[in-house]
Design a protein around this ligand. Structure first.
Ligand SMILES: Cc1cc2nc3c(=O)[nH]c(=O)nc-3n(C[C@H](O)[C@H](O)[C@H](O)COP(=O)(O)OP(=O)(O)OC[C@H]3O[C@@H](n4cnc5c(N)ncnc54)[C@H](O)[C@@H]3O)c2cc1C
Length: 1020
């Protein structure tokens, strides 16, 4: 049958309706113009009937006679305890020894021990003396929880249970547990597991007796075998920057599943995951179904999440697509399982919140979309995934309203979540499908935790109904009446970071591609020093080539000499005489203007970074965003600290910050815009005048930045752009007696030279020089024996190899606890082997070139040395066509703590792995370094996390996340020892580096008369 045969009438709203009569079930109002009230009262009626049927029984997960039910009860009493308990559940399956289990129970439950079930309590109390008992009790608990929500450990075991479900008249969709694949090896394994699952189920299904209520619908037959897939399990390198690249691979991988499903007549459903994957999932779905062999195969569907504000548009687009292609397909309407994650991510990234923020809005949207799906039931195989009786009743009432029979659609529920509701629907004659997860507990932990959270959620229907025992009246309230308007986006902190670009938005990807094309047309220009508001000629010029394509000229940069440096100092000195007295507000406005210009040229600047410094899309975008952050953040900080008054009767104290004078800004190439901009605008907003001496390798980006400062309106002379060799012009400026301070970020070698040079006070120098100095790092990350490797591996890869390891914060020493060494190393090597090496402007590239031939040689020398200092565990392949300065990501194992590759900063994609016998030893190894910049720990032991917080010696410590990517305002950045002078860029105190404080005290008393003073404006 062709899909169009099913369309019977087209009504005014463009929906396809069916005039079928309802054969059985609740009475139906036949009037096609049913009033909203009539529908509502029908929903109430159906809802009450359903409640009548389910109230006799509670789901096991809420039944205090069962372990899960007990834990739910305990956790719902106390939010803090719930967090601890769920974290404990998360870590327990990976713990290898009874001792570990016992200590984790004590660490997590501590004070809450009195509240936990007897077996955990006994286990915890006796754990020191009898650790096996704790182990036994904990594992028993976890097994019971898992059995509640996970159908079986393996497809073979699953078959028996699925047959039981069928015997009860329940259909199923089988789902393989596991979501995080960190490497292509894991992704391919997952693909094979799906193929095996379809094969196993299809083989046994051949002998299954037909169960007509679950195998027939008013639109034809319904497959016995139904499998749900998650696209994130099938490709480890999904990149939002490069949906085309990801689609190509995913299409291929899912196609093999679909071919197999079709051969076996099975249904394949695409689950929906986080919002970032939604456009890809929908596009993949459409592309696959457009392929000739699947054109007429109706047994394919996808999930749609009603909590997304965009879901209505997505549904309409899918309906239009289906009509255009004249094909039938499935939609499983659900509310969405990632609500907390989406809210947190939007807040952290300062992105618009994609989900509704009030539960009633999601519920109302669900009912609305259900109605639209049902009206298009001729096109859409409708399934409703919900445990909420109000939502279910609404689906039924709306189906009846348009005259759909009960087997024209189905309900789906998660295994173990709502057995009584499930049973009530079955009893009433509906087609009900259990979503049955299959797999081991470890890969299934995310799934399990989502179920625990869903059950215990304050806003969830199941809790309200079965734990809080709210009345049917309350639970059946019409959500549309309570939905109201969407609250505005909450601002969690006063300063908000510039959002990273959301690459799931096609327009953003197009803008970046356009900027890359534009830059290609601008290559080869000449850049000259900019001093006193105008450019200067030079005697020497240097050509800049693309590090990824060493024969591609990016531009020609003049090399300033000492006489030009002298002129820049003189001009700055002159400008300082007036700029120092400019108002704080005027300087703040200049920074805000600069931020606006950076924003305007955001993509263009990022594209230039790709060509000049080899940054990939994400790295380049983040660098420009950080530059904007520095402007906005320091402007605010200046306003905050400008003046303070301390007033007493008869005494006025003014604490005022005044600029130091002339500053030299010596910036690195690895964050070519952000660090240069940060140091420069901090000095300018505090009223100083500056000379920017950018790194030679990134002098063109610096020239663009100088242009932005000029356009923003900074007065001539307040800043100068002086490109040139550090050892000449840089050295000259540092030594100049009129220079008051130097802000430097770069290597330890140069930093130490500057530090000592600046310490020399010349005879004609009337001040002491101040140095703001940020140098390198040899940063460590500890992987504890209980670390979550699904989280740790991507974080390690990103921290060690992001921007080819050329970040001072980069991870270069990975310290792994012995018990986790083998697994961590295996997965790390596999994950690293999956990284794509290529040209930085290609949106699919992760690894680009290093900055120069010199850097490449130096890193290769370290790699050679590494071969004698450790075991070469892995080295990537660089494709032969890449002729630039590429260095393959390289991993050494069993590196000795004192080895040079474990002590010296390499500034390249080289990672040393060290073994540690205990957490104490791991901390000692991490601190065994001249540097103290960043450090990290992946652990799920509260005690170890606390120890790391206390004992790790580093300016920035990261727990359970990567160690790079500090954000302005949120993670003030900088270290001490050989990493720098301890100043924190992007922190509240940073501006003090560029200021002197003046305290002006006035005796305001005259002959015993003290005026009643109030503080003038401008203070804190
Ligand atoms: C068969 C089946 C398949 C599933 N497949 C998927 C899938 O592919 N992808 C997926 O994401 N989920 C999936 N789920 C999980 C599903 O999203 C949740 O089970 C569902 O949201 C719970 O909804 P409910 O109607 O049962 O419960 P209710 O308690 O009525 O609704 C809970 C839901 O409301 C939403 N919510 C909670 N608080 C708020 C708030 N403050 N503001 C706005 N909305 C809020 C959330 O979506 C939450 O899950 C599936 C569920 C089933 C039954």
């Amino acid at each position: 049958m062709q899909a169009h045969d099913l369309f019977v009438t087209d009504n005014s709203c463009g929906c396809t309706v069916l005039p079928a009569r309802v054969e059985r079930g609740w009475k139906v109002p036949y009037n096609s113009l049913v009033l909203m009230e009539a529908l509502e009262s029908r929903i109430q009626e159906i809802g009450r009937e359903l409640f009548g049927n389910v109230q006799k029984e509670r789901p096991r997960s809420f039944n205090p006679r069962h372990i899960t039910g007990q834990l739910m009860q305990w956790s719902m009493r106390n939010e803090a305890f719930k967090t601890q308990l769920f974290r404990l559940v998360d870590v327990l399956p990976v713990l290898q020894s009874s001792k570990d289990v016992a200590s984790h129970i004590r660490e997590y439950l501590g004070d809450g021990i009195a509240q936990v079930p007897w077996f955990l309590r006994a286990g915890a109390r006796l754990s020191a003396a009898v650790p096996w008992l704790a182990n036994f009790a904990a594992r028993k608990t976890i097994d019971q929880i898992a059995q509640q929500f996970i159908l079986a450990n393996s497809p073979e075991e699953g078959v028996r249970k699925l047959e039981n479900l069928r015997r009860r008249g329940l259909a199923f969709t089988a789902d393989l547990l596991g979501e995080t694949v960190v490497s292509e090896k894991e992704a391919l394994l997952f693909q094979q597991r799906y193929l095996d699952l379809i094969e196993t189920l299809s083989d046994v299904a051949k002998n299954w007796k037909a169960v007509s209520r679950i195998e027939t619908s008013s639109f034809g037959s319904v497959p016995k075998v139904n499998v749900s897939v998650k696209i994130s399990c099938l490709y480890s390198q999904i990149l939002t920057t490069d949906p085309e690249g990801s689609l190509e691979i995913l299409q291929d991988r899912i196609k093999s599943l679909l071919i197999f499903a079709k051969q076996n007549g099975a249904f394949l459903n695409f689950d929906m995951e986080s919002t970032a994957l939604k456009p890809l999932t929908i596009e993949l779905f459409k592309r696959l179904l457009a392929e000739p062999e699947f054109k007429d195969y109706p047994h394919v569907g996808l999930a749609l999440q009603a909590y997304l504000k965009s879901s209505e548009k997505d549904l309409h687009d899918l309906i239009d697509w289906g009509k255009e292609k004249n094909r039938r397909f499935g939609i499983r309407l659900i509310k969405g399982a990632y609500w907390d994650y989406e809210m947190a991510l939007a807040a952290q990234r300062n992105w618009p919140v994609p989900v509704f923020e009030r539960k009633e809005q999601t519920d109302a949207q669900y009912e609305k979309l259900a109605g639209q799906m049902l009206k298009n039931a001729g096109l859409i195989e409708c399934s409703f995934g919900t445990h909420n009786i109000r939502s279910i009743a609404s689906c039924i009432a709306q189906a009846q309203e348009i005259g759909l029979p009960e087997n024209a659609y189905e309900f789906q529920m998660l295994y173990g979540m709502a057995e009584p509701i499930n049973a009530a629907l079955l009893e009433t004659g509906f087609r009900v499908r259990d979503h049955s997860p299959i797999g081991e507990i470890l890969p299934g932990m995310s799934y399990l935790l989502r179920r625990l959270l869903e059950n215990s959620s304050n806003e969830g229907f199941l809790r309200a109904s079965f734990a809080d025992e709210k009345s049917p009246d309350e639970l059946l309230k019409n959500p549309a009446e309570a939905a109201g308007p969407q609250p505005g986006q909450r601002s969690l902190i006063a300063f908000q970071n510039e959002p990273q670009t959301d690459w799931t938005i096609a327009a953003n990807r197009e803008r970046m591609s356009g900027a890359v094309r534009l830059w290609r047309t601008k290559l080869g220009r000449t850049y000259e020093p900019f001093v006193g508001g105008g450019t200067m000629k030079a005697t020497e010029y240097r050509k800049h080539f693309n590090p990824a394509r060493p024969d591609e000229l990016i531009g020609v940069v003049a090399q300033a000499d000492e006489s030009q440096a002298q002129k820049a100092v003189g001009t700055a000195g002159k400008a300082f005489e007036t700029f120092r007295y400019s108002s704080v507000e005027s300087r703040v406005a200049l920074l805000e203007k600069a931020a606006a210009l950076l924003r305007l040229r955001r993509f263009e600047l990022a594209a230039l970074e790709m060509f000049e410094t080899g940054k990939n899309w994400n790295e380049a975008d983040a660098d420009v965003a950080e530059a904007i952050d520095f402007c906005v953040f320091y402007a605010r900080q200046m306003r905050r600290i400008a003046k303070t008054h301390v007033l007493l009767p008869g005494e006025s104290n003014l604490h005022e910050y005044v600029p130091r004078g002339i500053g030299v800004i010596i910036a690195p190439w690895n964050f070519p815009l952000a660090i240069l901009c940060g140091m420069t605008v901090a000095a300018l907003v505090t009223g100083n005048c500056v000379i920017m001496k950018p790194a030679e390798q990134s002098a063109i980006i610096a020239a663009e930045f100088a242009q932005i400062l000029h356009e923003a309106g900074f007065p001539p002379g307040s800043f100068a752009y002086l490109p040139g060799p550090g050892e000449k012009v840089g050295k000259y400026l540092v030594a100049h007696p009129r220079v008051n301070f130097i802000a430097f970020t770069g290597s330890k070698e140069v930093g130490l030279q500057i530090w000592s040079q600046a310490g020399i006070t010349h005879p004609n120098q009337p001040h002491l020089k101040h140095v703001v100095c940020e140098m390198g790092g040899k940063n460590a990350m500890i992987i504890d024996s209980d670390a979550d490797l699904d989280e740790a591996i991507p974080a390690i890869v990103n921290s060690a190899f992001g921007y080819q390891g050329q970040k001072c914060s980069a991870l270069s020493r990975l310290i792994v606890l012995e018990s986790n060494y083998k697994a961590a190393v295996r997965r790390l090597v596999e994950a690293t082997s999956s990284l794509q090496v290529g040209y930085p402007e290609n949106p699919g590239t992760i690894i680009g070139p290093v900055i120069s031939a010199g850097a490449q040689n130096r890193i290769f020398q370290y790699i050679e040395r590494g071969k004698s200092e450790g075991t070469l565990l892995y080295q990537s392949e660089v494709p032969a066509e890449l002729q630039g300065y590429f260095v393959p990501p390289t991993i050494f194992g069993d590196v000795r703590p004192n080895a040079r590759i474990a002590q010296e900063e390499i500034f390249g994609p080289v990672l040393s792995i060290l073994r540690a016998g205990s957490f104490d030893e791991a901390i000692i190894l991490a601190n065994h370094s001249d540097y103290a910049l960043t450090a990290g720990v992946f652990s799920r032991s509260p005690k170890h996390l606390e120890q790391a917080r206390r004992e790790l010696v580093a300016g920035n410590i990261y727990l359970n996340r990567g160690i790079t990517g500090a954000l302005v305002g949120r993670q003030p950045f900088g270290g001490w020892q050989m990493s720098g002078g301890g100043t924190k860029a992007g922190g509240r105190d940073y501006l003090y580096n560029f200021l002197y404080m003046k305290a002006v005290t006035e005796n305001t008393m005259r002959r015993g008369f003290a005026p009643n003073e109030t503080a003038p404006s401008g203070g804190e």
